[in-house]
Design a protein around this ligand. Structure first.
Ligand SMILES: C[S@@+](CC[C@H](N)C(=O)[O-])C[C@H]1O[C@@H](n2cnc3c(N)ncnc32)[C@H](O)[C@@H]1O
Length: 340
């Protein structure tokens, strides 16, 4: 009897330790590094919504540890991704790890030191709450994220004469009212259509951040800035939920033909909010989407019409500014917002 009990205890311990082994620690530095990679990990904050609203790792999603079982459907899209768990000091992250591991999540990591260490080290934090955001259109950026992306083909598409964004790029740049010494971020910089004009406008003492998530475009942007001698350009690898820009580091963020490519618009708007200094500007250029009037391709490809885009951006805390139409733009609009 005693032997059976001992065997049972050993089996239980083995099962528990096998379960514990599925969650390994990851340092904050390693997390930051991995978030700038091709398939960044998902960061899951398992504290209460109140704790989350006080301050959390930027781009993290919040599902309290004791609600994971009921809300597992929200986490399904991340089943095959690395999921980094954290709470305040590690205990609840441990419980969450066990629950997720039982549900079959195999790539679980635990943020070493949890939020206590993240906060004590003065790392960037987002505030505010909200339910976990799911992708508005999974796979939306598959082509851009592919290591086989044919960059030269896209140079032809994005910078050709048939695209009004390209032919009107000088007018668009003028509408931004950039001044020498300013810092501007082109979020979703693509092939770098605006790099030269922005660099000229902010001058040698200014800064142009070219942010993208596409590994091939990022290589191209680096090479293009070097080739064209644009010393004020810094190429930044963002991810689907974050610009990866330092807090309050830019006077103006420019999102051209990219808002409709945001898979997680709420997370991206929170990240833009963090990156733009108070009083700074957000400019969005995107397709007019009017069923019956816009091209079929636009109606199918673009998620939201101008009014809806404006509402989403205002809901994220930005205030719309009066914007005169940009001459030459017939298929696209330009909206300007102030970050209070
Ligand atoms: C249609 S292209 C527009 C490129 C450029 N802005 C232009 O107008 O020529 C959309 C770009 O957004 C990038 N992108 C998609 N989601 C993004 C995100 N969350 N953050 C930064 N870039 C993103 C894509 O990789 C792609 O380069």
């Amino acid at each position: 009897m005693a032997r059976f009990a001992l065997v049972g205890v050993c089996a239980l311990l083995a099962a528990l330790s096998a379960e514990a082994q599925t969650v390994t620690d990851i340092s904050a530095d390693e997390l930051v590094l991995r978030r700038s990679g091709g398939t960044p990990p998902v960061v899951l904050d398992v504290r209460t919504p109140e704790e989350f609203a006080e301050g959390h790792v930027p781009g993290a999603i919040n599902v309290p540890h004791d609600q994971i079982e009921q809300r597992i459907a929200e986490l399904e899209p991340y089943r095959d991704r690395e999921v980094v768990l954290y709470c305040r000091s590690g205990r609840r992250a441990g419980f969450a790890g066990e629950t997720l591991s039982r549900a079959g999540f195999a790539n679980l990591l635990h943020l070493s030191g949890d939020m206590s260490a993240w906060h004590a080290e003065g790392r960037p934090e987002d505030a505010g709450s909200g339910p976990a955001e799911t992708s508005v259109r999974p796979g939306l950026n598959e082509t851009y994220l592919s290591p086989d992306l044919d960059v030269e083909r896209y140079v032809g598409i994005f910078e050709g004469e048939s695209r009004e964004i390209s032919t009107e790029r000088e007018q668009i740049t003028r509408a931004l009212e950039l001044k020498p010494g300013m810092s501007v971020a082109d979020v979703g910089a693509g092939t770098g259509l605006f790099l030269e004009g922005f660099s000229r406008a902010v001058g040698a003492d200014g800064r142009v951040y070219a942010v993208d998530i596409s590994p091939r475009f990022l290589e191209h942007l680096e090479a293009r800035a070097r080739r064209e001698g644009l010393t004020q350009v810094r190429v930044v690898r963002g991810d689907e939920r974050s610009t990866s820009l330092e807090p309050a580091s830019v006077d103006l963020a420019f999102v051209c033909d990219t808002y409709h490519h945001f898979e997680y618009p709420r997370a991206m708007l929170a990240s833009l909010w963090q990156a733009i200094r108070p009083g700074g500007t957000l400019v969005v250029v995107d397709f007019e989407r009017v069923p019956g009037k816009s091209r079929d391709w636009v109606v199918k490809h673009v998620r939201a019409a101008r009014d809806e885009v404006q509402r989403e951006i205002e809901a994220a805390g930005f205030s719309a500014l009066d914007t005169p139409p940009v001459a030459g733009l017939t298929e696209n609009y330009l909206l300007r917002f102030r970050r209070p």
